[in-house]
Design a binder for this molecule. Structure first.
Ligand code: NDP
Length: 476
């Protein structure tokens, strides 16, 4: 991956031009080695303004493009992602840490989501069509959309934000996480090959750059994925100009295993969905409630799976489990585990050998703790799963719902009817039965309570990038 270390390869894109950062450069750290992986251009606030000015100018032409033209452009972008799939996957491993096979899945997901979004149509509703009058409801693009993306699935989430916005006729400025800008810069370079100057821009920087962009008076909509705290901050910055918002924030998803569940059938899947991307996934399973009759058996099965993981550099062929993405998050997860153990929890796994350098934490199964523990109350966003005992299902549902978050939840059972009965009682935007954290481009996804506002994916997600406009035609 020698080519990836060339300093000048990672530039901003503003008004169709690749450019250096007026605020210097950012060091990008490889989480598997805790050493410098690359340097990347860092935008100034003046460059954020330039990107917004260019986007405003580009909107005039882009909104007039026909739907067919925009569909075809999105397919060409998908072709470009396909062509650069290998480089994109390697960049994701380098900056984010996940194993290469998972990074390759992320790239394939980006291609699939782009093609699906290309094929979506904006509806035109006919409200009245009489002799005198025809009334139609159309959906028009909003204008300049600011997309602020996090460090866990950098390419995938950028695609979730950018593609529906472009498809609907908006222009987009992305601000990736300062920890993981590389694959997103490459994505925007690919998009830039297919669209007029100003339709896509990317400005890299820290929270200040994100704040300047998301509160800019000429930005009509902000789509943000990240922490609830930053989401609230963005919401307050949107008040002055009443921006449209889609906020996909944190989660603390509970899974409830009903007493009839077949443990051999579900253990692997529970592990995969709790530790997806090392647990650094907004809708990962983060608290597992298990009936007392199966508690010890399931905990031991999960611990066996955890202990069999090979933790290491995502580029190594034998690695099944990568590092935590950054030092701050590593320290946070370590502290949550230490706090739980200090309060009497038992770690049934997590003792394998870890590489000496890098932000590695082995997948950790915790038992013998109660709901008051910080690792249960807070979103861990890392490789730890607390397993909690329950006696009555009603009690488990109440405990699952006793969270400020409401992103996802799951019920695990062989009795699908019973599972559905309990699923309806969970206060969250998505409920899964016998799985968790699965998202598809054609089903809306969004959170309740402190987990967010609005939805992504499918027609509902596309419509979030539009404003309804009613057209009255007087026929006389
Ligand atoms: P943040 O919410 O701080 O970061 C997400 C994005 O917002 C990044 O691009 C960040 O930029 C940007 N940002 C930061 N401050 C501002 C601001 N004032 N205005 C506009 N944009 C801003 O998440 P963290 O990286 O700090 O992670 C903290 C916690 O967030 C995690 O522990 C986890 O619980 C949760 N999280 C949830 C995610 C999800 O998918 N829902 C994804 C990532 C984190 P920069 O990185 O450059 O500061």
């Amino acid at each position: 991956m020698q080519h990836i270390n060339m300093l000048n390869e990672f530039k901003l894109i503003i008004n169709g031009q690749s450019c250096l950062g007026e605020a210097g450069e950012l060091d990008i750290i490889n989480p598997a080695t805790a050493t410098l992986a690359a340097r990347c251009a860092k935008a100034s606030i003046a460059q954020v303004d330039q990107a917004v000015t260019a986007a405003k100018a580009a909107f005039k032409g882009w909104q007039r493009c026909s739907h067919e033209e925009r569909k075809s452009i999105l397919h060409k972008i998908a072709d470009g992602i396909e062509k650069h799939a290998e480089t994109l996957a390697e960049l994701i491993v380098l900056e984010q840490g996940k194993p290469l096979a998972l990074a390759q899945m992320e790239v394939q997901g980006a291609i699939g989501w782009t093609r699906y979004t290309a094929g979506l149509d904006l509806p035109v509703e006919i409200i009245e069509d009489s002799e005198q009058k025809r009334i139609e409801r159309h959906y028009q693009p909003l204008g300049v959309v600011a997309s602020i993306t996090p460090w866990n699935w950098p390419l995938m989430i950028a695609v979730w934000h950018i593609m529906p916005a472009l498809r609907a006729g908006n222009v987009v400025i992305n601000k990736p996480s300062e920890f993981t800008p590389l694959a997103t810069l490459k994505l925007c370079e690919i998009i830039q090959q297919e669209v007029p100057a100003g339709v896509i821009s990317i400005v890299v920087g820290d929270g200040e750059v994100g704040e300047a962009l998301s509160s800019h008076p000429d930005v009509q909509k902000v789509v943000f994925t990240g922490s609830t705290r930053t989401g609230q901050h963005i919401m307050s910055g949107a008040v002055k100009t009443l921006k449209h918002l889609t906020l996909e924030l944190g989660g603390n998803d509970a899974g409830i295993v009903l007493p009839d569940a077949d443990l051999d059938q579900i253990a692997n899947r529970i592990f995969d969905m709790a530790f997806l991307n090392g647990g650094q996934t907004c809708a990962a399973l983060k608290r597992l409630y298990v009936h007392e009759s199966q508690y010890d058996a399931l905990a031991q099965k999960l611990a066996d799976i955890a202990n069999a993981q090979v933790v290491g550099d995502g580029m190594a062929a034998e690695t099944t489990f990568g590092p935590v993405q950054n030092k701050l998050q590593y320290d946070k997860v370590k502290a949550l585990i230490a706090d739980a153990i200090a309060q009497g929890a038992k770690a049934l796994s997590g003792n394998q050998m870890l590489p000496e350098q890098g932000y590695f934490i082995a997948p950790t199964i915790l038992t013998g703790l109660d709901d008051a523990c910080r690792v249960v109350q807070e979103e861990q966003f890392g490789p730890v799963l607390p397993i909690l005992k329950y006696q009555s299902i009603d009690d488990a549902i109440a405990r699952a719902n006793a969270s400020e978050f409401g992103l996802g939840g799951s019920i695990w059972s062989q009795d699908l009817k019973a599972a559905q009965f309990y699923a309806a009682q969970l206060q969250c935007g998505t409920v899964w039965i016998n799985t968790h954290a699965e998202v598809v481009p054609h089903a809306a996804f969004g959170g309740w309570k402190m987990s967010g506002i609005g939805a992504e994916f499918g027609l509902e997600g596309l419509l979030e990038n539009t404003i309804g406009q009613t057209l009255h035609i007087n026929k006389n």
